[in-house]
Design a protein around this ligand. Structure first.
Ligand code: AMP
Length: 280
C-alpha cells in the first residue's frame, strides 16, 4: 500500500495506474475509519482494479459553529484498516496542500443541496462538492464509492458530476449498522452509553415507518407525524428534520412511492448531530 501526501505524487501514481489499463475507484473519507468505511472499500475492490482511499478532514464542509479541530483523527488506526482491506493507495494531503494560501475557487450544486441538511448546514455541501471536484481532478477515478448513510451527499455528488460532465460513476453502498441498529459513524462513536440508548429511537422510528408503508400507508403527512411523535418521546433527542423525499432529487414528496421514497431523519442527541435514512 502506498501512502501519499502530495497532489503531484498522487497525480503521478494515478497516471501509472491508468497506464496499466486499470479502473480506479476512489473512496473519499474524513478518516477515523470504521466498519462503514471498510464496506465502501470492499465494494470499491469489486468495482475497480485499484482502490484509492482519501483521508482528509475537509475544513470547508464545517460550518462556523462546527469545530473542525475537534473532529476525531486516528491516522495510525486508519492505515491499519486500509492495509487490512488491501487498499492500493491512501491519499492523506494536508490542508495547505489542498487549500493553499489565497485559495478562492468553489464548486456548488444548487438544487439537491438546498433542502434537508442544506437548511441547517448552509455551507456544508459547497464544501463537499468542492473537495470532491478537486479529488476527482487529482485522481481521475472511474468511480466514487459513497455511503447510503449520507444519501443527500451522494445525491448532490451525482448531480454535480452529471452537470459538470466529470464522467465518473457513483457507487452507493448500503448503511452499515451496529448491533443496536445505529448506523456506524464517527459521531455515533462519540456518544455515551446513555446517549446511545436515547439515539436508538431513530432506528425504532425508521422501523415503524417501514412497517406502516408495508401495511399500505402512503400519506407522507401521516408517516412524518408518527415518526416525529416516536422521536419526541425521548427527552434528550430533538428533531432537526423528518422528511420524505424523492431518492434522486431530494425533493419532498406528498405521497409515498415504495422503492423511490426516502425517509430522512436528522436529530440532535444532546449536542451530537446524527443523520439516518431508509428507503421506504
Ligand atoms: P465520512 O468519513 O464520515 O466523511 O464518510 C465517508 C464515506 O463513508 C461517505 O460516503 C459516507 O456516506 C460513508 N459512510 C459513513 N458511515 C457509513 C456507514 N455506517 N455505512 C456506510 N457508509 C458509511
Amino acid at each position: 500500500m502506498q501512502k501519499i501526501a502530495t497532489v503531484s505524487e498522487m497525480r503521478q501514481i494515478a497516471r501509472e495506474l491508468r497506464a496499466k489499463g486499470g479502473r480506479i475507484a476512489l473512496v473519499p473519507t474524513m478518516g477515523a475509519l470504521h466498519a462503514g468505511h471498510a464496506a465502501l472499500i470492499q465494494e470499491a475492490r469489486k468495482s475497480a482494479d485499484a482502490v484509492v482511499v482519501s483521508i482528509f478532514v475537509n475544513p470547508l464542509q464545517f460550518g462556523p459553529s462546527e469545530d473542525v479541530a475537534s473532529y476525531p483523527r486516528t491516522p495510525e488506526a486508519d492505515l491499519g484498516v486500509c492495509t487490512d482491506a488491501q487498499v492500493d493507495v491512501v491519499f492523506l494531503p494536508t490542508v495547505e496542500e489542498i487549500y493553499p494560501r489565497g485559495y478562492s475557487s468553489y464548486v456548488t450544486e444548487e438544487a439537491y443541496s438546498k433542502p434537508l441538511c442544506g437548511v441547517s448546514r448552509p455551507s456544508h455541501f459547497r464544501g463537499v462538492t468542492t473537495i470532491l471536484a478537486k479529488l476527482m481532478n487529482i485522481v481521475r477515478p472511474d468511480c466514487l464509492v459513497m455511503g447510503q448513510k449520507d444519501v443527500q451527499q451522494a445525491a448532490v455528488a451525482r448531480k454535480m458530476i452529471a452537470d459538470l460532465q466529470f464522467g465518473v460513476d457513483v457507487v452507493l453502498v448500503p448503511t452499515v449498522r451496529e448491533a443496536d441498529g445505529l448506523a456506524c459513524g464517527v459521531r455515533t462513536r462519540g456518544l455515551t452509553a446513555s446517549q446511545r440508548q436515547e439515539a436508538t429511537v431513530v432506528q425504532q422510528a425508521l422501523a415503524k415507518a417501514k412497517e406502516m408503508v408495508d401495511s399500505g400507508v402512503r400519506s407522507t403527512d401521516r408517516l412524518i407525524a408518527e415518526v416525529t411523535h416516536i422521536i419526541g418521546q425521548r427527552r434528550r433527542v430533538r428533531v432537526i428534520y423528518v422528511s420524505i423525499v424523492d431518492s434522486v432529487t431530494m425533493e419532498a414528496m406528498r405521497e409515498i412511492v415504495p422503492g423511490k421514497s426516502l425517509l430522512m431523519i436528522a436529530v440532535w442527541v444532546d449536542e451530537v448531530r446524527l443523520v439516518d435514512n431508509l428507503v421506504l
